[in-house]
Design a protein around this ligand. Structure first.
Ligand code: HEM
Length: 113
């Protein structure tokens, strides 16, 4: 009987290990502060960083997955895509959910003069 309980516990913990990657797929480091200068340096289709609502996203792997075409994303590499993104996608929760895992940090705010 004791062995059965132990076996179930082991099985459950293994299940736990199996679901961990789902959590790891969420944005790896969303709190890192990233400067606009750094974002601008990643302005190509091989390294494409973009800003939406003050958050920085690495959209490199999204370029070829975007249902609206790769060119729309390439045009946003190294830039603030907030206006284009909200104009096209505001209120679409699915789109917001697609964007979230690509977050790599938060845009560093400029110092007040
Ligand atoms: C920056 C991150 C972006 C993400 C994560 C994203 C995501 C998506 C997703 C998930 C869809 C499919 C929508 C659906 O099937 O309901 C879509 C479609 C589309 N996207 Fe984007 N998008 C982004 C940026 C943009 C930008 C900047 C533009 C245009 C300037 C754009 C233009 C479009 C168009 C034209 C479509 C097809 C029509 C539509 O579903 O609205 N997207 N996008």
């Amino acid at each position: 009987m004791k062995f059965k309980v132990l076996a179930i516990a082991v099985a459950l913990s293994l299940t736990g290990i199996a679901v961990t990657p789902t959590i790891a797929n969420a944005a790896p480091n969303t709190t890192k502060s990233i400067t606009l200068k750094k974002v601008k340096k990643n302005a190509t289709s091989t390294s494409c960083w973009s800003i939406v609502n003050g958050k920085v996203y690495n959209l490199t792997n999204w370029i070829n997955q975007h249902p609206g075409g790769s060119s729309r994303i390439i045009a946003m590499c190294g830039k603030d895509a907030t206006r284009a993104f909200t104009q096209q996608h505001t209120g679409n929760t699915r789109v917001a959910a697609e964007l979230a895992p690509f977050q790599i940090g938060i845009l560093k705010k400029k110092k007040k003069a």
